[in-house]
Design a protein around this ligand. Sequence first.
Ligand code: ADP
Length: 502
Amino acid sequence: MDLSNIRHLLTQQTTDFLAKREHQLLIDGQWRPAASGKTFATVNPATEEVITQIAAAGPEDVDLAVKAARKAFDGGAWPAMKPAERQRLLLKLADLVEAHAQTLAEIESVDNGKSAGIARAVDMALTVDFFRYMAGWATKIEGSTTAVSVPFAPQAQFATYTLREAVGVVAAIVPWNFPLLVAAWKLGPALAAGCTVVLKPAEQTPLTALYLGELIGQAGFPPGVVNILTGDGLEAGAPLTKHPLVDKISFTGSTEVGKIIGHASVDNMTRFTLELGGKSPVIVLDDCDPATAAAGAANAIFFNHGQVCCAGSRLYVQKKMFDNVVSEIGKIASGMTLGHGFDAAAQMGPLVSQEQMDRVCGYIDIGRSQGAEVVAGGGRHSGKGYFVQPTVLANVDHNKRVVQEEIFGPVLTAMPYDSIDEVAAWANDTPYGLGASIWSNNLSKVHRLVPKIKAGTVWVNCHSALDPAMPFGGYKQSGIGRDMGRASLDAYLETKSVFIAI
Ligand code: ADP
């Protein structure tokens, strides 16, 4: 890759890491090429240039990695480790990620296209906090004692309690929009609970997971506790989800692939949690300052170039303010500077891949052909790189594809509404239910609206705020289960009931 124009901005570690000739798989504590010898290229979406070659895992590597994770779970240093020791290792890993945050942010930027500054301030900061938060849970896993009656044995007495036990080998399959952060959402609770992991990053953005693999080794996790397989969904992801020695799958990605994984899981009774797509509404009530609402709505859709599962992609504004708010957002969108992740002036970067750019531009064309008015943007940004203009579509019928389907890019559809009941019905009228935001200072209206919204997170006067302690996940087709918070730990634990006749 020609890094010459940004080389002076990169740390030496980033340059050295990217210059590696081949990035290998981490299996049982060893870095090794794919059994097939195959590799694939990872591309910088800002320049369309190949960054480096990555080992392409296939079924044979999946089998080796799962068996290594199984062996590490069933015997050796890991199961013998006390909770306090697991906590210490996770804290050490958090410290290492913090110490390498700049390098990780730079690698994420080159691989994904996002701003290195934002990657550091958001992705890396949350990753560090999340590992620390989950480290704390390692020493707080508790069962319960219960006084039982056992009605068919009135003379007998029992001591009864529940044990929480690690579920076993976890397959963690993650997407490309927040590559390291979402990997941490899976690794944190899995390791706190005492599970072992096979992590498969997305084929578009494998690099930070591999760097993390090096830090996991430095932190002192025993071999086989975390294995990392780079490769695509069909050759590496699918065999992982079907492997009989995997006990739990934790997936973040599209609803389409989530359903395939759900079906595969049930065949082996593998436990699964799925964090999937969204089409999150942004609801502006008429007591709002239009400029504040417009700035909030613009940020809700354009953050991370719209490649956020909870992006605010449907805007509903009360009729009398509609024109005002939409023209403000149009001005914000038209004034945004696009550029690569190291350009300090850039407010938005490229989409992750050619495929994603084509898909998003295709949706803009569908919107146009179905009668949408293009208020801002409307297509590919000129020049090299997978840049799409921040786009605002207005006056689209509620049932049209650009309102109903997840676009996963910087495309906002804006619709006016009359009443709270009408907007609540529209907000819920897609297959998804991941997030929603309400913009208002009218407390009684906000409190009446929040319970009506079918979504895993409702934000008020903010959007996409996340914290390690707050569960994140979807209603309806946005998923099953939660990432983050205590709720996510539960998904990596089994409950064993113990009866002792005394
Ligand atoms: P996107 O469409 O945004 O790329 P995907 O849901 O296709 O999202 O991908 C998310 C993750 O799922 C990636 O790591 C990808 O390789 C993986 N994946 C894709 N297809 C499958 C599959 N059939 N089985 C398991 N994993 C898959």
